[in-house]
Design a protein around this ligand. Sequence first.
Ligand SMILES: Cc1cc2nc3c(=O)[nH]c(=O)nc-3n(C[C@H](O)[C@H](O)[C@H](O)COP(=O)(O)OP(=O)(O)OC[C@H]3O[C@@H](n4cnc5c(N)ncnc54)[C@H](O)[C@@H]3O)c2cc1C
Length: 440
Amino acid sequence: MSCAAADARSAKNVFSKTFDVTYSVEMADSTDGIFDEAVQWVRQNWDPDMTVGQWWERLFEASYSLPSLPVNAYGRGYARADEQAVWRAFAEVGALGPPVGIATMMAAPTIAQHATEAQIEGFVPPILLGRQAWCQLFSEPGAGSDLAGLTTKAVRDGDEWVITGQKVWTSLAREADLGMLLARTDPGAPKHAGITWFAFEMRQSGVEIRPLTEMTGRAMFNEVFIDEATVADDAMIGEPGEGWAVGNTTLMFERASLAGSMVNLPYARSGSGAGELDVRAGDSSSREDGRGGARPRDVSITSWYLDAARSVGRETEVLRDELVKDHITAEVNRLTGQRARTGEVKAIGNLGKLAMSQIARSQREVGNLAIGAAGMLDGADAAAGPGGGDVQRQTISSPAPAIYGGTDQVQRNIIGERVLGLPKEPGPAKTTPFKDLPSN
Ligand SMILES: Cc1cc2nc3c(=O)[nH]c(=O)nc-3n(C[C@H](O)[C@H](O)[C@H](O)COP(=O)(O)OP(=O)(O)OC[C@H]3O[C@@H](n4cnc5c(N)ncnc54)[C@H](O)[C@@H]3O)c2cc1C
């Protein structure tokens, strides 16, 4: 089936019970070919009796783990739209997806862009094989939006660096084998020029991780205290002082990925601590617990809400209008996100990320419109109520996208400066050494 046909089918499934709407999405011919080739490959290779590890090895050997990586970094050099076509092929066959997470979203593409061939060879395969999970050690108590103000220091000692400082809001730090660490290597250099990017081993003495409980009730993120931990010189990605540029590549991949929502595929957890490599791939891909049993591609959040509204007899004209608006906005953002690597539009990742956080809030409103007063139910009552608790989960997590990956205000600043050419915010001269800047 062609990609355009698959998308049209998805759209029809979402709306057909209520709206007689079918639309098609124009895709380049090359994307159709890539989808067809991938479907054929997945059909020939997917075997639910393999272990997760064996399936991921097979993907790796065929360069299907993360096809948007360059060819010299175990990818196929595909554009984002082409990579999405590959994921649609996985969904079409019902196969377990590749390793996903911070490692594939940010670490591997950053390393592919800035590292030496030897570093690519050392760091990328364990990510694509799902053997290592990563976290992002950027934010600090005094450096979030003002990331270049970070104070975690790295001091060279022979052929290694000694790291001391504190990171915060580090998602999935306890599950991570490695962290993308930004540290200050030259306090005498101007703020943005004295930072370096390291691949930092999380499981070593001198690293203490304390979970932080969020308002969702989960403790996904953490504080990370680092006291004279070490990182080898050859785990430095880029040159000393190039960390701002390397870190911006990481952020660009983060924002572009967050903006262009992924095809929902069943997935297993990566990393040495997850213990999922030996699980039967077919069992993993059929789990319905929110880990393996992800929502299939053609069951969008819109149709979930529609079903929930139907179950309480609230399928009103107003709701339909809002659902359609939401669905269209999300689709436009998804398709815009697929252009992220083409360079056609400046700051496209920032635009998409900003739109994504607005979509999350709008979906929250529509979800609550759909289920009405039941939106106030919690815990087991919510699970037994309309929507099975999804609206409540979406409601409580909806503020987060406006903060992570850079806040909405920061995205607007960047768009203002890079797209509209507005003047930069006033601040200390770019040439002032970091150590001479005022601090509180
Ligand atoms: C769910 C979640 C997961 C996260 N995961 C990670 C992670 O894995 N790794 C990591 O490193 N970080 C992570 N973060 C941290 C995130 O990147 C920061 O919270 C974010 O960059 C904002 O920084 P801050 O919290 O220090 O807020 P601040 O920078 O103190 O901002 C406070 C407020 O001031 C506004 N503001 C600040 N500066 C400006 C300005 N110049 N112009 C206009 N408004 C401004 C902000 O928009 C915000 O509203 C995560 C955050 C969340 C919510």
